[in-house]
Design a protein around this ligand. Structure first.
Ligand code: GDP
Length: 429
């Protein structure tokens, strides 16, 4: 979980200008606020290595004055930082001292438009954030964390219920680390796992324009907190742009992933209705599944390592194999490759296919080592990381996968210039 930082103030003080300057080209998520004309906009950013999510709250109503907003802020338990924006010139910067009277401490004087003083404000924000360790999920917790994600109506909550109702699963609610996230622990066989944000999945409601966007935000959060994401796709609808987008987030987070093609019962029915009269074929289900798998994975080319499961939340078809797959992916993320074996594989990969000249340089790989698990992370010590072409990075990743597996999980490869006395690794780039 990243800490949340809300930008509040009366309309037109420059909240969005500040937000936009901090978020830049990065993706912001818009949440329609019921009963208001303004949206809440969320975006991730970082400062001095601390990541946090900024919320542009869009204002506190047309009548609010600075004093009223300040009064609201004084009553909150949260740390409050006062920013005096639009201090575009020396005179205005001088005037800003009058905001002391708001009783919120020393105002940070800034101009979001010019980008002056914004660094000071960010410094103060980072000072007030809870310690990074507090925000991290419990490291000791060995239970894999599973996020069930997908577009609305693909069958996430049905699948959740199918899992919870699965006769060999023992279910217990565990409170999440944040107020609004309620997770559920499931014991399957000897193994425990945590299904993330089950409250969010179950929360059904009116489907309005804001709901889909909101569920996108929820699924981003769930993915962030997960070890393995279950990406649910509706077999009767096929792959949609939103599915690809979610898959991209899973990949960016180097998470484990399994693709569930849900409502397979429905797709089979449709398929039979179309084919039956012509030539019924007992092998047809397998053939159509394979065809379907190829079409879906063509659209999800960037996660070729993801297993695909045809399932039905309605009939319970393949729910057990989904749970087994999720657990095996979680285990894959803890795979440790012995350094000697790793370097054999890397050397052999280089022998079979030498790096070509890129940016006038030829990459030389001296040594590789695995620096961590969950996700499996490898550091390659090279003459010059600049000389690495992305296609060669992909080649190396494929070679590691061919040798060691890592079925169903993203892995990370870092490339560092070797300095004379440094071949051990340890830290990442
Ligand atoms: P969510 O928005 O992703 O949580 O989707 P829901 O679980 O609410 O499911 C949306 C609709 O699809 C509901 O009407 C479900 O009954 C139906 N549904 C879900 N899974 C299946 C399935 O495997 N087969 C069939 N035929 N219908 C399903």
């Amino acid at each position: 979980m990243k800490p949340l930082v809300a930008i509040v103030g009366r309309p037109n003080v420059g909240k969005s200008t500040f937000f936009n300057r901090m978020i830049g080209e990065r993706i912001a998520i818009v949440e329609d606020m019921p009963g208001t004309t303004r949206d809440r906009i969320y975006g991730d950013t970082d400062w001095n290595g601390r990541e946090f999510t900024l919320i542009d709250t869009g204002g506190s109503g047309i009548t609010a004055a600075d004093e009223e907003v300040a009064e609201l802020m004084r009553r909150t338990e949260k740390p409050v930082i006062l920013g005096a924006n639009k201090a575009d010139n020396a005179e205005r910067r001088m005037d800003a001292v009058e905001f002391y009277t708001l009783g919120l401490g020393e105002p940070i004087v800034l101009s979001s438009l010019q980008g002056v003083g914004t660094g000071d404000l960010l410094d103060r924000i980072v000072e007030e954030l809870p310690p990074a360790e507090e925000m991290a999920e419990d490291e000791e917790d060995e239970r894999p964390r599973i996020a069930i994600v997908g577009r609305p109506n693909v069958g996430k909550s049905s699948l959740l219920n199918a899992i919870l109702g699965f006769q060999r699963a023992i279910v217990s609610d565990v409170p999440g680390t944040t107020r609004d996230a309620i997770d559920t622990e499931v014991t399957f066989g000897e193994r425990k796992m945590v299904l993330i944000d089950t409250a969010g999945i179950r929360r059904r409601g009116r489907v309005g324009p804001g709901v889909e966007k909101y569920s996108v935000l929820r699924s981003s959060r769930a993915i962030e907190r997960s070890d393995v994401a279950v990406l649910v796709i509706d077999a009767s609808e096929g792959l949609a742009a939103q599915d690809t987008h979610i898959a991209g987030e899973i990949q960016d987070g180097t998470k484990g992933v399994v693709v569930v093609i849900n409502k397979w019962d429905l797709a089979q029915e449709q398929h039979r209705a179309e084919r039956e009269e012509i030539f019924p074929d007992p092998d047809d289900e397998i053939a159509s599944a394979e065809r379907y798998r190829r079409i879906i994975m063509e659209g999800l080319k960037f996660i070729p390592y993801a297993p695909v499961i045809f399932a039905s939340a309605k009939t319970g078809y393949h729910v057990q194999s989904l749970l087994e797959t999720v657990l095996s992916i979680a285990d894959m993320r803890y795979l440790r490759v012995p350094t000697a074996r790793l370097n054999e594989v890397v050397q052999s990969a280089v022998r079979h296919h030498n790096p070509t000249v890129f940016r006038n340089r030829t990459l030389k790989i001296y040594y590789a080592t695995q620096t961590r698990v969950n996700p499996p992370t490898f550091v390659f010590f090279v003459n010059n990381p600049e000389a690495l072409h992305f296609s060669y990075e992909r080649y190396l990743e494929n070679q590691l996968r061919a040798a060691f597996g890592f079925k169903g999980t993203g892995i990370r490869l870092y490339f560092r210039a070797r300095t004379k006395n440094d071949t051990r690794g340890g830290q990442e780039r």
